[in-house]
Write a protein that binds this ligand. Sequence first.
Ligand code: NAD
Length: 363
Amino acid sequence: MEILKIAEEMEMEEVVFCHDRDSGLKAIIAIHDTTLGPALGGTRMRAYASEAEALKDVCRLARAMTRKAALANLDLGGGKAVILGDPAKKPEALIRAYGRFVHRLGGRYITSVDSGFSSQDLEMVMRETPYAHGGPPKGGRGGDPSPTTAYGVFRGMEACLEAVGEKPSLKGKRVAIQGLGQVGRSLVALLIEAGAHVIATDIAAEKAGSCEAEFGTEPCPPDDIHRVECDIFAPCALGGAISAATIGELKCRIVAGAANNILAEEGLEEELHRRGLLYAPDYVINAGGLIHVAMEKTPYLSPEIREIVGGIKDRLVTIFARAAREDLPPLIVSNRMAAERIAAGRKWAALRTDFKSRCYSGA
Ligand code: NAD
């Protein structure tokens, strides 16, 4: 594996490999870009098939966080961390050792929750470092961002419907959800409340069963969910739901879900566009969690944060409109918009530095 080549290709600022002898911790922290502010992004814990897979995952996720923060209009950069291992086996010593690695970065990277790493785990990290957002709620602030993520996805789906010429209402729409974890389950609740027909699956049969019992979702084998005839396919599990193998089997009009890196490879956005399927860029539609976490130490309370997260709908409307005007896939447009904001940030940073050096040199 050519580690620095991967870092170069993904334009990473810094990649930190963490190993703790006593607890056996193996983790990678990837800082993609800090032009707009410190790199904020969750910690994912997963039993990766290989270290190369973990490195590629964390770099792609970190890059998406940079774009996510830029388009959510936050003064934050992008980063992410992965802990390699079974998320069911997470002793306190391992989590705390990880927290110490985060602390050593001095605030350049601020961590949070992600798949396999909960608010309770984060509370343990917080004993080692203040550079962690998304722990259990305190005084009406903070707590698990997943319901907020689900709310953003729900509002984003309204924008998608409008873009394909429908009313922005989920009532009567068929939505197929892959993954009923922290976000997927909250999304089911919102969709059922709005009157949608939800087909839902999870590789953990008990999660699918409990959604069926509580919300009346239609069950589906996990391997078939992307083939379901529906208005919206919502990947809410891990990345790669749309691959070269699955793309031809889709029977939806819209792909809009919470998962990060829904597209297994670059270029698939072009193929979706060619096939006339609308794809809501994952890092735009799932930004609710980041906004929730970023607002944790501000005076904003849940209703105000929900209002800000509702802005995801407007952002997607803008992206879809530009994509239609320029006949481009929405993902290409959102990547360009993120790059434009970061380039403007770099320009301002350069101007500030220039001003400072002139002041000190007396020029
Ligand atoms: P989670 O681990 O709680 O849930 C993921 C679920 O997907 C699990 O129940 C798992 O069993 C299931 N799953 C895995 N592979 C599957 C497959 N092939 N088919 C069906 N089900 C499968 O994670 P989460 O916090 O709900 O996050 C879900 C996705 O959303 C992740 O990609 C995450 O990065 C992304 N995301 C989460 C947040 C958040 O606030 N939690 C924010 C932004 C993005």
